[in-house]
Design a binder for this molecule. Structure first.
Ligand SMILES: Cc1cc2nc3c(=O)[nH]c(=O)nc-3n(C[C@H](O)[C@H](O)[C@H](O)COP(=O)(O)OP(=O)(O)OC[C@H]3O[C@@H](n4cnc5c(N)ncnc54)[C@H](O)[C@@H]3O)c2cc1C
Length: 808
């Protein structure tokens, strides 16, 4: 057995096999897979192994398309053909118009990835799947490439190819310990020998946290028991002359596919159960949990009502096995937070369908530092310290119970909430607050107009339209107060801080102490990694502020690039501080009532920062705005937020101060053309494509500059544009396809109504030939072909006169 490898992949299920194979495809052959038992002896061996192309965002659709392409290629390999049914097609059912509209949105989004879904009515569903009934059915989404694959053959085929390319696979080789050396390489211990590896990959399925513990990490992954059954032969299937399409049913929480001449039917029962929370028997290998069909009676009855033939046929096998879930249902594929040279590919709940694609993206991340798609929706750093085992279990149960029910826009499900709050949570709740969840934080979205108000989550504009119009008008004409909690904040200190940061961001740093600047950090490909507001507080202290979600992501990036001489230090302040935000033309007057000193526009202009007492609290005040109105961020210790809030409420009383929330800000920021990290700012585009030319200084050296220069001539590039969308029915949702005479020319990244401009606005990356102001396009919004035109990037106050407190 070899005692060193560039990469050691731990675990021989689909996740590990796919990663190993793709590493060799990316050109790394000095790679090794260690499996404690036999390949596929975890969850993979008993998987129902359905392979769909359906995903809820473009990265998911793209990676699933890769799986399908790869699996077809493997199936057709004459040397080792494998069983893959990839033309059966599949239908996701719906019994409400809201869900049908969701499917139309997902079809629009998938079209941008070259995938054609079809939204069909109930009669067509029955025509394509003659065993189903039409009762309580409106229609469904048709995925033409849906199918199923033999899981063991798939893994063997991947390993076979990886071995041919130089990879090694050791079975019956459990990893028993992991130790990191000072050069960040790893010693991987097994009963046979120790192996030195530059990089380690955790692909251990439901044993993810056994291996996590070996490196001092807890991953937010929990297992659920999951059952399917196999029926005896059904004559109608035997005699059909074609294979039956797959069915996924969010109405009755089951799925169904053909297996031989019978059916395989799986259930997502409400009375579901976590598994392995108190540890996993080391002998649970190639094993199943005990059958428990009583638990699925409710969903079984629904399945029989939809497929009556199920009620007339015998059951010959029941499979009950553990399946892994994360906090939001998507896997964790990427770097392990806070660690060097270790990656994971875990929490796969649909690993057979997705595994090909996940291994592909992970191998790219390992070899090239970044994948071809933005992988934030898979990034292990999207959950932070709140991702405990208990929260994960609650969210896993909730997700399992809603397996086929996608999230509507702004839908945040209740399990485990509130996870993270500040002292203002009950205060805002008493005011009628509705909260959205950002990195676990409950953040004020808006205040309900009355106690009976209830939001219907929808792809169309909903009841909140008038509420947000009210909030925006109040902020535009007077002053609004809100809390922006969870905002990511890192204190950077040391004599080398400025010089170091200057090499990390692609634009100019704030000119002097007391100034704030917006900056961008690029990756090694010259594309956008992060967006940071840098506030130069005093001589050697700079605050780095970024999106709440970026807490661990950005800290990892900054830590990884720290100079070795110790001249720069980082301190995370995110969980110590919160922001109280005043916005609107009267904000300055209110600020002046709670803090001593000269707060006039000449003494404290836009993009200033100052330490001050606000009320009784030592605060940092910044004149920065994400709304386009004059605004002041008051950064205070969380422990003093209530005290400062009360002071601001008293001071604002004479100015008719309103409370507003993040939804109004999100609408206003679009009118200013301000971008949102991981919506409009993703690793697939460089700052010039994002229209951020003024934030790039090509006269200096910075990380990613050479790659950025090299990208400039690429034919693949896109341009971010602002679109005025000619409908008041629905916003253009992220992912919607931008079309010109039936051809996809771009993809929407954000959309919302601009209440100050009266425009339905969208941001989209389009082919450069469609980027000129005035260009006519259309957008497929929930199946409607909506005309739109390119307009200038900042339709509200383009000269920033309001931010500068100049006459408008
Ligand atoms: C009943 C059921 C039906 C399913 N149906 C579908 C479906 O239709 N479509 C779909 O896409 N997905 C489906 N899934 C999910 C899918 O099967 C899983 O997502 C997938 O198999 C997970 O693969 P994995 O490689 O992550 O984990 P596993 O297959 O569990 O592999 C992990 C491997 O790591 C090894 N390992 C663990 N610890 C160590 C160690 N210390 N050292 C060395 N090796 C170690 C284990 O022995 C194991 O072989 C289903 C799951 C279940 C339970």
């Amino acid at each position: 057995m070899r005692t060193s490898a560039r990469v050691v992949v731990i675990g021989g299920g689909i996740a590990g096999c796919s990663t190993l194979y793709h590493l060799t495809q990316e050109g790394w052959s000095d790679v090794m897979l260690l499996e404690r038992n036999e390949l596929t002896s975890g969850t993979t061996w008993h998987s129902a192994a359905q392979v769909t192309n359906f995903g809820m965002n473009q990265t998911m659709v793209g990676l699933k398309s890769h799986s399908i392409r790869l699996y077809k290629e493997l199936a057709e390999d004459p040397d080792y053909p494998i069983t893959y049914h990839h033309g059966d097609g599949g239908i996701r059912l719906a019994n409400t118009e809201r869900v049908m509209e969701g499917y139309r949105h997902f079809a629009s989004m998938a079209r941008g990835m070259g995938v054609e879904f079809e939204v069909i009515d109930a009669a067509e569903c029955e025509r394509r799947h003659p065993l189903i009934t039409q009762g309580n059915l409106l229609g469904g989404l048709w995925d033409p490439l849906d199918g199923d694959i033999d899981p063991a053959q798939l893994c063997q085929a991947l390993v076979r190819r990886a071995r041919k390319a130089g990879a090694e696979v050791y079975r019956q080789t459990p990893v028993t310990a992991l130790r990191q050396l000072p050069d960040d390489s790893w010693i991987v211990s097994t009963p046979h020998c120790d192996i030195q590896a530059e990089i380690v990959v955790n692909a251990c399925g439901y044993r993810v946290n056994e291996v996590g513990a070996m490196m001092g990490v807890h991953h937010p992954v929990a297992s659920m028991e999951h059952q399917y059954l196999l029926t005896e032969e059904i004559p109608a299937i035997r005699d059909a002359g074609h294979r039956m399409p797959l069915i996924r049913c969010p109405i009755d929480d089951f799925y169904c596919r053909q297996e031989k001449n019978g059916l395989l039917v799986g259930f997502y029962e409400q009375d579901c159960r976590t598994w392995g929370m108190d540890g996993i028997d080391p002998h649970f290998v190639n094993a199943l949990c005990p059958d428990d069909l009583d638990r699925v009676t409710d969903v079984f009855e629904g399945a029989v009502a939809r497929i009556p033939a199920l009620g007339e046929v015998g059951i010959h096998t029941v499979i009950n096995g553990p399946i892994t879930y994360t906090i939001d249902g998507a896997p964790l594929v990427g770097p392990v937070p806070g660690k060097r040279n270790v990656f994971c590919i875990i929490g796969l709940r649909a690993g057979l369908g997705e595994g090909g694609g996940h291994g592909w993206l992970l191998a790219q991340m390992i070899v090239h530092g970044e994948a071809c798609y933005d992988t934030w929706i898979l990034d292990p750093r999207r959950f932070t310290a709140h991702g405990t085992a208990e929260l994960t279990a609650l969210k896993a149960i909730e997700d399992y119970q809603n397996e086929f029910r996608f999230h509507f826009p702004h839908e945040h499900r209740p399990a485990g909430r509130p996870v993270k709050t500040t002292p203002l949570y009950p205060v805002l709740e008493a005011e009628g607050a509705v909260f959205d969840v950002v990195n676990g934080w409950e953040r004020l979205a808006y205040i309900r107009p009355d106690a009976a108000f209830k939001e219907t989550h929808d792809f169309r504009f909903n009841e909140t339209f008038d509420v947000l119009a009210r909030d925006v008008a109040a902020v535009q004409s007077g002053v609004g107060l809100t809390e922006v909690n969870g905002f990511n904040r890192i204190e950077i200190t040391g004599s080398g801080a400025r010089e170091w940061l200057d090499g990390l961001v692609c634009g100019k740093l704030p000119r002097r102490a007391g100034r704030v600047g917006l900056t961008y950090l690029l990756n090694d490909k010259g594309c956008i990694k992060s967006e940071a507001t840098l506030a130069w507080l005093d001589e050697d202290t700079i605050w780095y502020g970024s999106a709440a979600a970026a807490e661990w992501h950005d800290f990892d990036w900054l830590s990884a690039h720290l100079p070795k001489d110790g001249n720069v230090s980082l301190r995370a302040l995110t969980n110590e501080m919160t922001i109280l935000l005043l916005a609107g033309p009267k904000a300055r007057a209110v600020l002046g009532l709670v803090a001593r000193g000269d707060w006039s526009a000449s003494a404290f202009p836009w993009l200033s920062v100052r330490r001050a007492y606000v009320g009784i609290a030592a605060a940092v005040v910044m004149a920065v705005s994400y709304s386009g109105e004059e605004a002041f961020e008051i950064h205070v210790p969380i422990s003093q937020s209530l005290s400062v809030w009360r002071a601001l409420r008293v001071a604002g009383a004479d100015h008719d101060m309103c409370l507003f929330g993040s939804r109004a800000i999100d609408s206003m920021r679009l009118e200013k053309g301000y971008l949102h990290w991981k919506a409009d700012l993703i690793t697939e585009f460089d700052p010039f494509e994002a229209g951020l030319d003024r934030f790039v200084d090509l006269d200096k050296a910075f990380l990613g500059k050479h790659a950025l220069m090299a990208r400039l001539g690429s034919a693949e590039r896109r341009q971010l544009v602002t679109l005025a969308v000619e409908t008041d029915v629905a916003p253009a949702h992220a992912g919607a396809s931008v079309m010109v005479v039936g051809r996809v020319v771009g993809t929407v990244t954000s959309g919302d109504w601009g209440h100050r401009t009266g425009l339905n606005l969208a941001l989209a990356y389009v082919l450069p030939e469609h980027a000129a102001v005035g260009t006519a396009v259309s957008i497929d919004i929930i199946g409607l072909d909506v005309p739109a035109r390119v307009i200038a990037a900042s339709p509200y106050d383009p000269d920033n006169r309001r931010l500068r407190a100049l006459d408008t």
